[in-house]
Write a new protein. Structure first.
Length: 389
Protein backbone atom coordinates (compact mmCIF):
# COMPACT_ATOMS: atom_id res chain seq x y z
CA UNK A 1 0.00 0.00 0.00
CA UNK A 2 1.23 3.47 -0.79
CA UNK A 3 2.86 5.17 2.15
CA UNK A 4 2.83 2.02 4.26
CA UNK A 5 6.09 1.30 6.03
CA UNK A 6 7.20 -2.20 5.12
CA UNK A 7 10.59 -2.15 6.77
CA UNK A 8 11.24 -4.53 9.65
CA UNK A 9 12.18 -2.80 12.88
CA UNK A 10 15.20 -4.41 14.47
CA UNK A 11 16.31 -4.33 18.10
CA UNK A 12 19.98 -5.24 18.35
CA UNK A 13 20.89 -6.39 21.84
CA UNK A 14 24.68 -6.34 21.93
CA UNK A 15 25.11 -3.94 19.01
CA UNK A 16 28.77 -3.14 19.75
CA UNK A 17 29.96 -6.75 19.52
CA UNK A 18 31.19 -8.80 16.62
CA UNK A 19 27.68 -9.99 15.66
CA UNK A 20 26.08 -6.62 16.47
CA UNK A 21 28.42 -4.59 14.26
CA UNK A 22 28.09 -7.05 11.38
CA UNK A 23 24.31 -6.89 11.73
CA UNK A 24 24.48 -3.12 11.38
CA UNK A 25 26.45 -3.56 8.15
CA UNK A 26 23.63 -5.78 6.89
CA UNK A 27 21.08 -3.13 7.88
CA UNK A 28 23.12 -0.41 6.18
CA UNK A 29 23.26 -2.37 2.94
CA UNK A 30 19.48 -2.97 3.08
CA UNK A 31 17.91 0.26 4.28
CA UNK A 32 14.80 -0.47 2.24
CA UNK A 33 14.22 -3.59 4.36
CA UNK A 34 15.37 -2.75 7.87
CA UNK A 35 15.23 0.07 10.39
CA UNK A 36 17.04 0.12 13.70
CA UNK A 37 14.70 0.54 16.66
CA UNK A 38 16.88 -0.34 19.68
CA UNK A 39 20.62 -0.65 20.28
CA UNK A 40 22.26 -1.89 23.48
CA UNK A 41 25.84 -2.12 24.69
CA UNK A 42 27.58 -3.08 27.89
CA UNK A 43 30.61 -0.79 28.13
CA UNK A 44 31.58 0.63 24.78
CA UNK A 45 29.83 4.00 25.00
CA UNK A 46 31.86 5.53 22.16
CA UNK A 47 30.74 2.98 19.62
CA UNK A 48 27.17 2.98 20.92
CA UNK A 49 26.97 6.78 20.50
CA UNK A 50 28.43 6.56 17.00
CA UNK A 51 25.92 3.82 16.05
CA UNK A 52 23.03 5.79 17.58
CA UNK A 53 23.92 8.93 15.62
CA UNK A 54 24.23 6.96 12.40
CA UNK A 55 21.16 4.70 12.69
CA UNK A 56 18.85 6.97 14.72
CA UNK A 57 17.11 4.31 16.82
CA UNK A 58 14.17 5.04 19.07
CA UNK A 59 16.14 3.98 22.16
CA UNK A 60 19.57 2.87 23.32
CA UNK A 61 20.84 1.26 26.51
CA UNK A 62 24.31 1.45 27.99
CA UNK A 63 24.30 -1.25 30.65
CA UNK A 64 27.22 0.18 32.61
CA UNK A 65 25.47 2.92 34.60
CA UNK A 66 28.63 4.98 35.11
CA UNK A 67 28.51 5.73 31.38
CA UNK A 68 24.89 6.92 31.25
CA UNK A 69 25.73 10.63 31.51
CA UNK A 70 28.22 10.54 28.64
CA UNK A 71 25.73 8.80 26.34
CA UNK A 72 22.84 11.03 27.41
CA UNK A 73 24.89 14.16 26.75
CA UNK A 74 26.14 12.97 23.38
CA UNK A 75 22.58 12.24 22.23
CA UNK A 76 21.00 15.32 23.85
CA UNK A 77 20.22 16.95 20.51
CA UNK A 78 18.38 13.88 19.23
CA UNK A 79 15.05 12.26 20.14
CA UNK A 80 16.79 9.02 21.07
CA UNK A 81 15.79 7.74 24.49
CA UNK A 82 18.71 6.68 26.66
CA UNK A 83 18.48 3.88 29.20
CA UNK A 84 21.00 2.34 31.55
CA UNK A 85 21.42 -0.68 33.81
CA UNK A 86 20.72 -4.39 33.47
CA UNK A 87 17.01 -4.09 34.21
CA UNK A 88 16.61 -1.59 31.37
CA UNK A 89 17.47 -4.37 28.91
CA UNK A 90 14.31 -6.18 29.96
CA UNK A 91 12.30 -2.94 29.81
CA UNK A 92 13.49 -2.35 26.25
CA UNK A 93 12.80 -5.95 25.25
CA UNK A 94 9.24 -5.25 26.44
CA UNK A 95 8.77 -2.43 23.88
CA UNK A 96 5.96 -2.94 21.37
CA UNK A 97 7.77 -0.94 18.71
CA UNK A 98 10.17 -3.49 17.26
CA UNK A 99 9.59 -6.60 15.14
CA UNK A 100 12.79 -8.62 15.49
CA UNK A 101 15.21 -8.95 18.36
CA UNK A 102 18.74 -9.82 17.31
CA UNK A 103 19.94 -11.48 20.50
CA UNK A 104 23.67 -10.75 20.24
CA UNK A 105 24.64 -10.25 23.87
CA UNK A 106 27.31 -12.73 24.95
CA UNK A 107 26.66 -15.18 27.78
CA UNK A 108 24.03 -15.66 30.47
CA UNK A 109 23.38 -11.88 30.47
CA UNK A 110 21.35 -12.39 27.27
CA UNK A 111 18.81 -14.72 28.86
CA UNK A 112 16.44 -12.27 30.58
CA UNK A 113 15.94 -9.82 27.70
CA UNK A 114 15.62 -12.66 25.18
CA UNK A 115 13.04 -14.41 27.33
CA UNK A 116 11.07 -11.16 27.55
CA UNK A 117 11.09 -10.82 23.75
CA UNK A 118 9.94 -14.44 23.46
CA UNK A 119 7.08 -13.74 25.88
CA UNK A 120 6.09 -10.80 23.68
CA UNK A 121 5.92 -13.12 20.67
CA UNK A 122 8.68 -11.27 18.81
CA UNK A 123 10.78 -12.85 16.11
CA UNK A 124 14.10 -13.78 17.68
CA UNK A 125 17.24 -13.88 15.55
CA UNK A 126 19.31 -15.84 18.03
CA UNK A 127 23.08 -15.49 18.20
CA UNK A 128 23.25 -15.78 21.99
CA UNK A 129 23.56 -19.57 22.22
CA UNK A 130 24.07 -19.44 26.00
CA UNK A 131 20.36 -18.58 26.38
CA UNK A 132 19.41 -22.03 25.03
CA UNK A 133 22.27 -23.81 26.79
CA UNK A 134 21.11 -22.48 30.15
CA UNK A 135 17.33 -22.67 29.87
CA UNK A 136 16.51 -24.20 26.49
CA UNK A 137 13.46 -26.09 27.75
CA UNK A 138 11.81 -22.96 29.16
CA UNK A 139 12.78 -20.71 26.24
CA UNK A 140 11.49 -23.16 23.61
CA UNK A 141 8.28 -23.83 25.55
CA UNK A 142 7.58 -20.12 25.89
CA UNK A 143 8.40 -19.58 22.21
CA UNK A 144 5.81 -22.21 21.32
CA UNK A 145 3.18 -20.73 23.64
CA UNK A 146 3.73 -17.19 22.37
CA UNK A 147 4.31 -18.12 18.72
CA UNK A 148 7.71 -16.46 18.78
CA UNK A 149 9.80 -17.81 15.90
CA UNK A 150 13.42 -18.45 16.86
CA UNK A 151 15.68 -18.16 13.84
CA UNK A 152 19.26 -19.22 14.55
CA UNK A 153 22.17 -16.95 13.67
CA UNK A 154 24.92 -19.33 14.77
CA UNK A 155 26.33 -20.50 11.43
CA UNK A 156 25.91 -24.23 12.13
CA UNK A 157 22.31 -23.84 13.24
CA UNK A 158 21.53 -21.47 10.42
CA UNK A 159 22.88 -24.16 8.08
CA UNK A 160 20.65 -26.81 9.64
CA UNK A 161 17.67 -24.44 9.61
CA UNK A 162 18.26 -23.73 5.92
CA UNK A 163 18.54 -27.47 5.16
CA UNK A 164 15.18 -28.01 6.89
CA UNK A 165 13.22 -25.49 4.82
CA UNK A 166 10.56 -27.49 2.97
CA UNK A 167 11.17 -30.62 5.09
CA UNK A 168 8.63 -30.09 7.86
CA UNK A 169 7.04 -33.52 7.30
CA UNK A 170 10.36 -35.35 7.17
CA UNK A 171 11.91 -36.37 10.47
CA UNK A 172 15.60 -35.71 11.04
CA UNK A 173 17.70 -38.83 11.51
CA UNK A 174 20.65 -36.82 12.71
CA UNK A 175 22.40 -33.50 12.38
CA UNK A 176 26.12 -33.22 11.80
CA UNK A 177 27.67 -30.10 13.25
CA UNK A 178 30.92 -29.12 11.63
CA UNK A 179 33.74 -27.65 13.73
CA UNK A 180 36.84 -25.95 12.40
CA UNK A 181 38.85 -27.40 15.29
CA UNK A 182 40.01 -23.89 16.22
CA UNK A 183 43.57 -22.56 16.33
CA UNK A 184 44.93 -25.57 18.25
CA UNK A 185 43.71 -28.37 16.02
CA UNK A 186 46.12 -31.29 16.25
CA UNK A 187 47.87 -29.90 19.34
CA UNK A 188 48.37 -31.94 22.52
CA UNK A 189 48.27 -31.01 26.22
CA UNK A 190 52.04 -30.44 26.40
CA UNK A 191 51.53 -27.58 23.91
CA UNK A 192 48.21 -26.34 25.28
CA UNK A 193 49.56 -25.93 28.79
CA UNK A 194 51.55 -22.91 27.62
CA UNK A 195 48.88 -21.28 25.48
CA UNK A 196 48.16 -17.63 26.26
CA UNK A 197 45.22 -15.34 25.60
CA UNK A 198 46.51 -13.73 22.39
CA UNK A 199 47.25 -17.08 20.82
CA UNK A 200 43.79 -18.42 21.66
CA UNK A 201 42.13 -15.36 20.13
CA UNK A 202 43.64 -16.06 16.69
CA UNK A 203 40.94 -18.14 15.05
CA UNK A 204 41.97 -19.51 11.64
CA UNK A 205 38.65 -18.94 9.81
CA UNK A 206 36.34 -16.67 11.81
CA UNK A 207 36.78 -13.28 13.45
CA UNK A 208 34.63 -13.25 16.59
CA UNK A 209 34.26 -11.81 20.09
CA UNK A 210 36.80 -12.84 22.73
CA UNK A 211 34.63 -15.30 24.67
CA UNK A 212 33.49 -17.35 21.69
CA UNK A 213 37.03 -17.31 20.27
CA UNK A 214 38.32 -18.98 23.45
CA UNK A 215 35.34 -21.35 23.41
CA UNK A 216 36.25 -22.30 19.85
CA UNK A 217 39.85 -22.93 20.86
CA UNK A 218 38.80 -25.22 23.74
CA UNK A 219 35.98 -26.83 21.67
CA UNK A 220 33.52 -25.78 24.38
CA UNK A 221 31.84 -23.78 21.63
CA UNK A 222 30.95 -27.00 19.80
CA UNK A 223 29.64 -28.50 23.02
CA UNK A 224 27.45 -25.46 23.62
CA UNK A 225 26.29 -25.75 20.01
CA UNK A 226 25.29 -29.39 20.47
CA UNK A 227 23.04 -28.32 23.36
CA UNK A 228 21.76 -25.38 21.30
CA UNK A 229 20.92 -27.79 18.44
CA UNK A 230 19.13 -30.16 20.81
CA UNK A 231 16.69 -27.44 21.83
CA UNK A 232 16.32 -25.65 18.50
CA UNK A 233 15.55 -28.78 16.51
CA UNK A 234 14.03 -30.92 19.26
CA UNK A 235 16.66 -33.65 19.01
CA UNK A 236 17.86 -36.45 21.24
CA UNK A 237 21.55 -36.24 22.20
CA UNK A 238 22.36 -39.32 20.09
CA UNK A 239 21.02 -37.54 16.99
CA UNK A 240 23.75 -34.89 17.21
CA UNK A 241 27.13 -35.61 15.71
CA UNK A 242 30.25 -33.44 15.48
CA UNK A 243 32.87 -33.66 12.77
CA UNK A 244 36.04 -31.59 12.47
CA UNK A 245 36.13 -29.82 9.12
CA UNK A 246 39.08 -27.41 9.17
CA UNK A 247 38.12 -25.46 6.03
CA UNK A 248 34.77 -24.24 7.53
CA UNK A 249 33.09 -24.41 4.14
CA UNK A 250 30.27 -26.80 5.02
CA UNK A 251 28.54 -25.02 7.88
CA UNK A 252 26.59 -28.11 8.99
CA UNK A 253 24.43 -30.93 7.65
CA UNK A 254 21.16 -32.76 8.15
CA UNK A 255 20.70 -36.47 7.48
CA UNK A 256 17.13 -37.58 6.81
CA UNK A 257 15.52 -41.00 7.29
CA UNK A 258 16.35 -42.11 3.76
CA UNK A 259 20.05 -41.51 4.47
CA UNK A 260 20.15 -38.44 2.23
CA UNK A 261 22.30 -35.62 3.60
CA UNK A 262 21.78 -31.93 2.93
CA UNK A 263 24.59 -29.47 3.61
CA UNK A 264 24.71 -25.70 3.54
CA UNK A 265 27.96 -24.22 2.25
CA UNK A 266 29.78 -20.99 1.66
CA UNK A 267 32.69 -18.92 2.86
CA UNK A 268 32.87 -18.46 6.61
CA UNK A 269 31.26 -15.02 7.01
CA UNK A 270 28.70 -14.37 9.75
CA UNK A 271 27.01 -11.68 7.70
CA UNK A 272 25.27 -14.38 5.68
CA UNK A 273 23.55 -16.17 8.60
CA UNK A 274 22.77 -12.79 10.19
CA UNK A 275 21.19 -11.58 6.97
CA UNK A 276 19.31 -14.85 6.50
CA UNK A 277 17.83 -14.64 10.01
CA UNK A 278 16.79 -10.99 9.61
CA UNK A 279 15.37 -11.52 6.13
CA UNK A 280 13.72 -14.91 6.71
CA UNK A 281 11.80 -16.31 4.88
CA UNK A 282 13.23 -14.22 2.04
CA UNK A 283 16.80 -14.50 0.86
CA UNK A 284 18.33 -11.09 0.26
CA UNK A 285 20.45 -10.44 -2.79
CA UNK A 286 23.96 -9.29 -1.91
CA UNK A 287 27.40 -8.83 -3.39
CA UNK A 288 29.33 -11.03 -0.95
CA UNK A 289 32.14 -12.97 -2.70
CA UNK A 290 30.82 -16.15 -4.34
CA UNK A 291 32.36 -19.47 -3.37
CA UNK A 292 35.07 -20.80 -5.69
CA UNK A 293 35.08 -24.60 -5.60
CA UNK A 294 38.32 -24.80 -7.57
CA UNK A 295 40.17 -22.99 -4.80
CA UNK A 296 39.17 -25.77 -2.38
CA UNK A 297 40.25 -29.03 -4.02
CA UNK A 298 40.20 -30.78 -0.65
CA UNK A 299 37.50 -30.61 1.97
CA UNK A 300 38.46 -32.81 4.90
CA UNK A 301 36.61 -34.36 7.83
CA UNK A 302 37.95 -35.99 10.96
CA UNK A 303 36.97 -37.14 14.43
CA UNK A 304 37.37 -34.58 17.25
CA UNK A 305 40.21 -35.25 19.71
CA UNK A 306 38.01 -35.80 22.77
CA UNK A 307 41.01 -36.80 24.89
CA UNK A 308 42.80 -33.49 24.46
CA UNK A 309 39.80 -31.17 24.18
CA UNK A 310 37.91 -32.48 27.19
CA UNK A 311 35.41 -29.62 27.25
CA UNK A 312 33.53 -31.27 24.42
CA UNK A 313 33.02 -34.41 26.51
CA UNK A 314 31.94 -32.34 29.52
CA UNK A 315 29.34 -30.56 27.39
CA UNK A 316 28.07 -33.88 26.06
CA UNK A 317 27.78 -35.17 29.65
CA UNK A 318 25.82 -32.05 30.56
CA UNK A 319 23.55 -32.46 27.56
CA UNK A 320 22.87 -36.11 28.39
CA UNK A 321 22.24 -35.42 32.10
CA UNK A 322 19.95 -32.48 31.32
CA UNK A 323 18.39 -30.58 34.23
CA UNK A 324 20.60 -27.77 35.50
CA UNK A 325 23.87 -29.41 34.29
CA UNK A 326 24.22 -27.37 31.08
CA UNK A 327 23.48 -24.20 33.08
CA UNK A 328 26.24 -25.07 35.55
CA UNK A 329 28.64 -25.98 32.73
CA UNK A 330 27.96 -22.64 31.08
CA UNK A 331 28.38 -20.56 34.23
CA UNK A 332 31.65 -22.25 35.20
CA UNK A 333 32.90 -21.83 31.65
CA UNK A 334 32.04 -18.11 31.60
CA UNK A 335 34.03 -17.56 34.80
CA UNK A 336 36.95 -19.70 33.64
CA UNK A 337 37.13 -18.04 30.21
CA UNK A 338 36.98 -14.62 31.85
CA UNK A 339 39.90 -15.60 34.13
CA UNK A 340 41.85 -16.98 31.16
CA UNK A 341 41.29 -13.75 29.22
CA UNK A 342 42.69 -11.85 32.21
CA UNK A 343 45.76 -14.14 32.16
CA UNK A 344 44.87 -15.45 35.62
CA UNK A 345 44.66 -19.12 34.67
CA UNK A 346 46.11 -21.34 31.97
CA UNK A 347 44.28 -22.77 28.98
CA UNK A 348 43.93 -26.28 30.43
CA UNK A 349 42.68 -24.89 33.75
CA UNK A 350 39.46 -23.86 31.99
CA UNK A 351 38.45 -27.52 31.71
CA UNK A 352 39.47 -28.27 35.30
CA UNK A 353 37.29 -25.42 36.62
CA UNK A 354 34.29 -26.54 34.58
CA UNK A 355 34.69 -30.17 35.61
CA UNK A 356 35.05 -29.44 39.33
CA UNK A 357 32.12 -27.04 39.30
CA UNK A 358 29.92 -29.60 37.55
CA UNK A 359 30.80 -32.14 40.23
CA UNK A 360 30.06 -29.72 43.04
CA UNK A 361 26.78 -27.95 42.25
CA UNK A 362 23.81 -30.17 43.21
CA UNK A 363 21.86 -31.68 40.33
CA UNK A 364 18.29 -30.47 39.74
CA UNK A 365 16.46 -32.71 37.24
CA UNK A 366 13.55 -30.38 36.41
CA UNK A 367 14.63 -26.83 37.16
CA UNK A 368 12.34 -23.82 37.25
CA UNK A 369 13.57 -20.53 35.81
CA UNK A 370 14.50 -19.47 39.34
CA UNK A 371 16.46 -22.73 39.76
CA UNK A 372 18.44 -21.82 36.64
CA UNK A 373 19.27 -18.40 38.06
CA UNK A 374 20.24 -19.96 41.39
CA UNK A 375 22.35 -22.68 39.74
CA UNK A 376 24.07 -20.06 37.61
CA UNK A 377 24.90 -18.03 40.73
CA UNK A 378 26.04 -21.06 42.68
CA UNK A 379 28.27 -22.28 39.85
CA UNK A 380 29.81 -18.83 39.40
CA UNK A 381 30.56 -18.58 43.13
CA UNK A 382 32.07 -22.05 43.23
CA UNK A 383 34.20 -21.44 40.13
CA UNK A 384 35.34 -18.07 41.49
CA UNK A 385 36.33 -19.69 44.80
CA UNK A 386 38.36 -22.29 42.91
CA UNK A 387 40.13 -19.48 41.12
CA UNK A 388 40.46 -17.39 44.31
CA UNK A 389 38.85 -14.39 42.57
P1 LIG B 1 31.16 -9.77 21.59
O1 LIG B 1 31.90 -9.93 22.86
O2 LIG B 1 31.89 -9.29 20.39
O3 LIG B 1 29.92 -8.80 21.83
C1 LIG B 1 29.06 -8.96 22.90
C2 LIG B 1 28.02 -7.87 22.96
O4 LIG B 1 27.26 -8.08 24.15
C3 LIG B 1 28.60 -6.46 23.05
O5 LIG B 1 27.74 -5.55 22.38
C4 LIG B 1 28.58 -6.16 24.54
O6 LIG B 1 28.42 -4.79 24.82
C5 LIG B 1 27.36 -6.94 25.00
N1 LIG B 1 27.51 -7.44 26.37
C6 LIG B 1 28.57 -8.12 26.89
N2 LIG B 1 28.34 -8.42 28.19
C7 LIG B 1 27.12 -7.91 28.49
C8 LIG B 1 26.35 -7.88 29.68
N3 LIG B 1 26.78 -8.43 30.82
N4 LIG B 1 25.14 -7.27 29.63
C9 LIG B 1 24.69 -6.72 28.50
N5 LIG B 1 25.40 -6.70 27.33
C10 LIG B 1 26.58 -7.30 27.34
O7 LIG B 1 30.45 -11.17 21.30
P2 LIG B 1 30.05 -11.79 19.88
O8 LIG B 1 31.20 -12.55 19.33
O9 LIG B 1 29.37 -10.77 19.04
O10 LIG B 1 29.00 -12.90 20.34
C11 LIG B 1 27.69 -12.59 20.74
C12 LIG B 1 26.89 -13.88 20.87
O11 LIG B 1 26.77 -14.46 19.58
C13 LIG B 1 27.56 -14.93 21.75
O12 LIG B 1 26.58 -15.63 22.45
C14 LIG B 1 28.25 -15.85 20.77
O13 LIG B 1 28.37 -17.17 21.23
C15 LIG B 1 27.28 -15.78 19.59
N6 LIG B 1 27.92 -16.05 18.30
C16 LIG B 1 28.90 -15.25 17.84
C17 LIG B 1 29.52 -15.51 16.63
C18 LIG B 1 30.59 -14.60 16.08
O14 LIG B 1 31.04 -14.83 14.96
N7 LIG B 1 31.02 -13.59 16.78
C19 LIG B 1 29.13 -16.64 15.89
C20 LIG B 1 28.11 -17.44 16.39
C21 LIG B 1 27.50 -17.15 17.59
MG1 LIG C 1 28.89 -21.53 15.48
Amino acid sequence: MKGENLTKKIAIFGSTGSIGTQALEVVKANKHLFEVEILTAHNNEELLIQQALEYQPNAVCIVNESKYDVVKKALAKTDIKVFSGEEALVELADFDTYDIMLAAIVGFAGLKPTLKAVEKGKVIALANKETLVVAGDIVMQKALENRAPIIPVDSEHSAIFQCLVGESRNPIEKVILTASGGPFLGKKPNFLVNVKRDHALQHPNWSMGAKISVDSATLMNKGLEMIEAKWLFNLKPEQIDVVIHPQSVIHSMVQFEDGSIKAQMGYPDMKLPIQYALGFPARIKNDFPRFQFRKYPNLSFEEPDYKTFRNLGLAIDAMQSGGNKPCVLNAANEIAVWAFLKNRIGFLDITAVVEKTMESVPFIPNPSLQDYFDSDGEARNFAATLLKI
